[in-house]
Structure formats: C-alpha cells, structure tokens
Design a protein around this ligand. Structure first.
Ligand code: SF4
Length: 250
C-alpha cells in the first residue's frame, strides 16, 4: 500500500479546519474600488432619452464666434457666470476674433473690456499668453487635443473638455458645479471630486448621448436641479432620481 505524502495531508487539514493558508511573503494585490452609478442601465437610458426629447439640440450659453473666441470665453468664465462673461465679450469679439488681433490689442486694452469679470488681471495675462502660444506653436489654430489644449496658459482640463465638446464635437464631459451636483443627487455618477464624477459619467452614459450629455446635465442643474432648491415637482427625471430630500409642491 502506498503511503500518503506529508504535503497532501497538510492540504486536507487546512480544508477541514478552514484555517487560512500560510503567508507566502508576497504582497497582496490591492483591489481598486470601482465606484458605480446607483442607476441601472435602463434608468440611465431613460434619463437621457427624456433629456433628448425635451431638448434635442442643447446649446451652451457662452457667446463665441469661432474656436479661438470659445477658448477665450471659457478661460474668462472660471468663477464667473456665463451672462457676466457674455456682457464683457460682446464688444470684445466685435473687434477681436483671432489670436493675432488679441496680441495686437495687448493686455492693458483687454483689461478695459473684461474688468467686470472676477480675476480679470490674471485672466487678461493668460489670454494674451495663450494667444501668443497658439500663434507660435500651433500656427494660429486652436489645437484639437486635450493634451495640447491644457498646455495653454489658464486652460485646465475642464476648459479643454468644453472646447473639445463645443468647438470640435468630441464627446467629452467637463464636470462643473452643476454637473457635479446633478450627478451626485440623482445617483447617476456619485463621486467626491469632479474627476471621479467625470470618469463614471464617461463610463455609464450610452454613447449615443455622450456628445450632448454635457449640456443636458448643465441645463438640468442650472434650471431645474438648482443648488438651493431643486424643482423636483417639475423635474422630468424625478422618478429615476435617488435624491433623498426631494422637494414637494407648495
Ligand atoms: S428630482 Fe429633484 S433632486 Fe432629483 S434631479 Fe430632479 S430636481 Fe434634482
């Protein structure tokens, strides 16, 4: 009769007692927690289908006349309202629509146009610097990749995403305060930072809706799911939304 090997005996003993296997000394693989939407695929599809029916061709509210003026308008809009930026750029964009014209205008004259906007000195400096860079490094044309756009002074990931989406029709999402709030309240993309929310949104929004998702979510946040008092009784996605403190009529 064959004798059992000591190794086999050990394995059986572990199985029987449920004891943990001895550590091998190798570090354990760290599991990444993937934050998911609280909504099902069907609910997300229904949400965007309703946004689309309510507003098939959503538009941003910043005025611009070409990709370059859009870059300028978005750069000016940080911590300012679209209405405030539009007021300031109305006269500016009647005179200046190219980076060369902006450089010719110069920082001091630019300040005269934009002094009603917060942080106008820093913004003026950045607009002149980014105009020079577009002229020197990109032949006067606004670059079409996020990597290049974020190299422009005063242009961060959010600005780059807005420009890619609006000027070049790329399906990007720039998470601003409205999108951040709507994503968290509804449970569509719960995240602690704009970057985290952006990652979830890009993953869960059906491709067919990605191009306009940015505008739909902003408009929904600006006019219905407002920061202080969301208008839940008139919200077209109220039955899908997971927000616990929905407002009631009256
Ligand atoms: S139901 Fe209320 S909280 Fe939910 S998305 Fe609509 S307005 Fe916002």
């Amino acid at each position: 009769m064959k004798s059992k090997s000591p190794e086999k005996k050990t394995v059986r003993k572990v199985k029987k007692t449920g004891a943990k296997p001895a550590r091998t000394g190798k570090p354990r693989a760290v599991r990444k927690t993937v934050v998911r939407s609280k909504l099902t695929k069907k609910q997300i599809e229904a949400m965007f289908c309703r946004f689309q029916q309510a507003c098939p061709e959503p538009k941003g509210e910043l005025n611009y006349v070409n990709p370059y003026t859009l870059v300028v308008a978005v750069a000016l809009s940080a911590q300012a309202t679209d209405t405030g930026v539009n007021k300031a750029t109305k006269a500016l964009f009647e005179k200046v629509t190219t980076p060369q014209q902006m450089v010719d205008l110069g920082e001091e004259k630019l300040i005269e146009y934009i002094r009603t906007i917060g942080l106008y000195r820093t913004k003026a400096k950045n607009v002149i610097a980014l105009s020079k860079m577009i002229l020197d490094d990109y032949g006067g044309e606004v670059p079409r990749t996020r990597e290049e756009l974020v190299k422009l002074p005063g242009v961060g990931r959010k600005t780059a995403n807005v420009v890619l989406n609006i000027a070049f029709g790329q399906p990007t999402i720039a998470v601003d305060t409205h999108i951040f709030r709507v994503s968290n309240r509804t449970g569509l993309a719960p995240g602690k930072t704009p970057d985290a929310v952006e990652k979830i949104l890009e993953r869960v929004i059906p491709e067919a809706y990605l191009l306009h998702a940015h505008h739909w979510l902003i408009l929904h946040g600006r006019y219905t799911c407002k920061a202080r008092k969301p208008n839940c009784p008139e919200c077209i996605i109220a039955d899908l939304c997971k927000y616990k403190d929905k407002t009631t009529a009256g």
